[in-house]
Design a protein around this ligand. Sequence first.
Ligand SMILES: [Zn+2]
Length: 130
Amino acid sequence: MSTQQCPCGTGKSYFNCCKIVHEHHEKAITAEMLMRSRYVGFVYADGDYLLKSHHAKTRPVHEKKEIVKWAKSVNWIKLDVLKTSKGNLEDTDGYVEFKAFFFENNAVQVIHEKSYFIKEKGRWYYYGAV
Ligand SMILES: [Zn+2]
């Protein structure tokens, strides 16, 4: 697995990409990096990471099982990051607009979302869709 391309689409191996963020949250130095690592969290149905990287105020603590079940039930195709604003090293919040493609019920589905991210104590968190 470690030599395979990261599912987030950067072209790097998972080992040199989102795995680093999965193991060390603070290594996501931009909102986009956190966004990409969360997409891979869905691909790998990593409920712990998806909750951990979700802001405490909006964290779906009671839905972890459903999220994991759903993430496993679909076949993830790819992530396209369309646009980012702020969310850089010097910022404390930012936006990432993306499309996440997956197969569900034999059809290609897409989640098109503009997400809001907040940085607290040096860590980016997903806050929710705008
Ligand atoms: Zn990645």
